[in-house]
Design a protein around this ligand. Structure first.
Ligand SMILES: O=C[C@H](O)[C@H](O)[C@H](O)COP(=O)(O)O
Length: 289
């Protein structure tokens, strides 16, 4: 029937038919609940990690930090489910515009660091985690508020899919270390990073806007593609210290000695839990909930 009628339609009519078929197909997936089944392996892995972290660490009558990124979305889903089911009283502190929206959209209680400067835990994502649990963060442009919020707890919990796990920083995440800078300083900061530490530190350009990415704080992001041998010459702590002392640098996406636990969702639906107190990993099962 479609073929017969499409031959009698003009271009505009054909576009309408194609659009209706597309909308029908998307609604079919929503109606039949197939949306979850269509999740990719990566999405499933993110969900497994996020659910497990929430189940293990969220306690009643606490304030928690909510990180940013695509994995945190699953954590907030689980948190909302848990709060409603168990009638918990939890105050959520955001680390970005996105995370604030997530909290508000789930009708959770929004707090801030002014009212809740001590957090029971922070659940956040990462772009890469090395075998000492050092992190690269900021791939989505959020890092300064994340680091401030993370500094307000002794329990930073990272959730990620298995592709984020690597031996050394930069093994898997190739975009470089994000560095937030005050806009007027970006050229001298690039020059200083490249002269002092080597590599390249281009300003991150926006995809759907002319010009650079602008952070939630009104700043620019540099992605420092560091020289491969830098890790054999100096520690990440020393490198981070050099970077943050450059005038104009607001913060870096290097999170050093800040993490307590990391949960990786694995391709087979299990999760890998790493506890900083015992860096031998424990494969803990397949609670996908
Ligand atoms: O800038 C973004 C944040 O640091 C994210 O937590 C990080 O990029 C990981 O995001 P995702 O969970 O989407 O991989």
């Amino acid at each position: 029937m479609l073929i017969v009628s499409s031959s009698r339609l003009g271009t505009f009519g054909k576009v309408k038919v194609v659009l209706s078929v597309f909308l029908c197909f998307s609604n079919f997936h929503k109606i039949t609940g197939h949306t979850m089944n269509r999740l990719s392996g990566h999405e499933d892995a993110k969900r497994v990690a996020a659910y497990q972290a929430v189940d293990d660490h969220i306690k009643n009558n606490t304030a928690v930090g909510i990180g940013s990124g695509s994995t945190v979305i699953y954590a907030v889903d689980r948190l909302a489910e848990k709060i409603n089911k168990e009638h918990l009283k939890i105050v959520c502190v955001a680390t970005s515009f996105q995370s604030r929206q997530l909290i508000l959209n789930h009708k959770l209680t929004l707090g801030d660091l002014e009212t809740h400067p001590d957090l029971s835990c922070v659940i956040d994502g990462a772009d890469e985690v090395d075998d000492k649990l050092l992190l690269i963060k900021g791939g989505g442009g959020c890092l300064t508020q994340e680091k401030i919020v993370a500094s307000c707890t002794s329990n930073v919990i990272i959730i990620a899919d298995h592709t984020k796990l690597s031996k050394h920083l930069g093994d898997n995440y190739k975009r470089g270390i994000p560095i937030e800078v005050i806009p007027l300083s970006y050229v001298p900061v690039i020059h200083k990073i490249e002269t002092m530490l080597g590599g390249k530190a281009p300003v991150r350009m926006a995809k759907s806007k002319a010009g650079p990415v602008v952070t939630d704080n009104g700043n620019f992001i540099l992605d420092w593609q560091f020289p491969p041998d830098i890790q054999s010459q100096q520690s990440w702590e020393a490198i981070n210290s050099k970077l943050i002392h450059i005038p104009g640098v607001v913060e870096t996406g290097l999170f050093i000695n800040m993490v307590s636990h990391v949960y990786f969702g694995m391709p087979d639906g299990t999760f890998l839990h790493k506890d900083v107190r015992n860096l031998n990993p424990h494969l803990q099962g397949s609670k996908t909930a």
